[in-house]
Design a protein. Structure first.
Length: 390
């Protein structure tokens, strides 16, 4: 039987009996979000690339398609998903279970996010089944295809709470002609942020950055990594200039070989760097999304900083929730518990930053429109089954 028909009938029956469904394909992001509730709705049968036009930079795929499969097809044509979606593959665990639908539903992007945009910027259109088992189409296969509300991008980051994605059309980009990674040790956090802000206001091919404090060595060491991508002439001209700035800031600067740097950036994307190993079982991994211009925060937890200052990771206990969220709010950002510690198995701590009353009302109305019976991924984003987050 056609997998789409089976899924449609399953949704229709669930809506009639108000039976909650848990949408899942590869399961690589089961850790992400508030809780996993409901009967499993498996989307792995919705797999395959429907159409790909390299000359038009557009690809349409079924939601259950493995992300690694899509990236391999794009690489054959010298193209890529520029926002570098994480796979969250673990060493020795075999191929990643990440799928294209999960990529869109989670809305997470990798190191290049600050310079090229996020998942939402590359979604051209989607097909989805709503809570009434109706197959809806939003957007299309061209960049300028939106009249009215851009509903397809509303699905990015909604964690499946608004509907079941079945097909997704994406914009892809050519692989950059040249890439270079620079490393400088001995640059303190605020000095690194100042440099990144200085470079950000200039016409430089700055693609990604990562600052990390490593206290596993003695003495502890601060290191800034910067990746350049773009036209060969632009990257070649920028390298000596940035190296000079790093050295002037007191850093021991050098250019890394791409064969060495590439896997490290992948490890940063997939959170397999040593920093992302839990330092203690009672600590959670917190994700602070801040304006890039925000200064170094006065917190007792050493961060790993990406996106030129816009994304800051740190390990902290659940008891620091109020402190972290207040610190993020004070500079115009938000804080979420990205990976919960063993001490929070019951999911008592709110994962996402609390919504304002106005936003909460908008989310509830969206949920009621797309999923009136409240069957999709109940409680995945917030404890209230009738709220969601686009």
């Amino acid at each position: 039987m056609d997998p789409l028909h089976q899924i449609t009938e399953r949704i229709r029956a669930a809506a009639a009996h108000r039976t909650p469904l848990r949408i899942r394909a590869g399961g690589s992001k089961d850790f992400y979000g508030q809780s996993l509730q409901g009967e499993l709705l498996d989307l792995t049968g919705l797999s395959g690339i429907i159409s790909y036009e390299p000359s038009e930079l557009v690809v349409t795929v079924r939601a259950g398609t493995p992300l690694s499969e899509l990236e391999a097809v794009l690489a054959e044509k010298g193209q890529c998903l520029a926002f570098e979606p994480p796979h969250f593959a673990q060493p020795g665990a075999g191929p990643s279970g990440a799928t294209v639908g999960g990529m869109v539903a989670a809305g997470l992007s990798g190191p290049a996010r600050a310079s090229v945009g996020g998942v939402r910027d590359y979604v051209l259109g989607v097909k989805l089944l709503n809570g009434r088992a109706e197959l809806l189409t939003f957007g299309g296969q061209v960049i300028k295809n939106v009249a009215g509300y851009d509903v397809s991008r509303l699905m990015v980051g909604a964690l499946g709470t608004l509907g079941v994605l079945t097909e997704i059309s994406l914009k892809v980009l050519p692989v950059a002609p040249l890439e270079a990674t620079l490393m400088a040790g001995g640059i303190a956090q605020q000095a690194a942020l100042d440099l990144l802000q200085h470079w950000g206001g200039q016409p430089l091919p700055l693609n990604a950055s990562c600052w990390v404090h490593d206290d596993s060595v003695s003495p502890a060491r601060d290191t800034l990594f910067v990746r350049l991508r773009g036209a060969s002439a632009a990257v070649a001209a920028a390298c000596p200039r940035l190296l000079a700035d790093l050295q002037a800031a007191g850093g021991e600067a050098m250019r890394l070989d791409n064969a060495q740097a590439g896997p490290d950036w992948d490890a940063c994307r997939d959170q397999t760097l040593p920093f992302f190993q839990p330092p203690a079982p009672d600590l959670g991994l917190w994700r602070l999304s801040l304006p890039p211009t925000a200064p170094a925060l006065a917190l007792p937890y050493a961060p790993l900083i990406e996106w030129h200052g816009g994304l800051r990771w740190l390990w902290a206990p659940l008891s620091s929730q109020a402190q972290l969220r207040q610190a993020a709010t004070d500079v115009g950002g938000n804080a979420m518990l990205f990976r919960a510690p063993d001490a929070d198995k019951t999911g008592a701590t709110a994962r996402f930053h609390p919504l304002t009353p106005v936003l909460a009302q908008i989310h509830q109305r969206l949920k009621a429109e797309f999923d009136p019976a409240g069957i999709f991924n109940r409680g995945r984003m917030y404890p209230d089954a009738n709220s969601t987050r686009p």
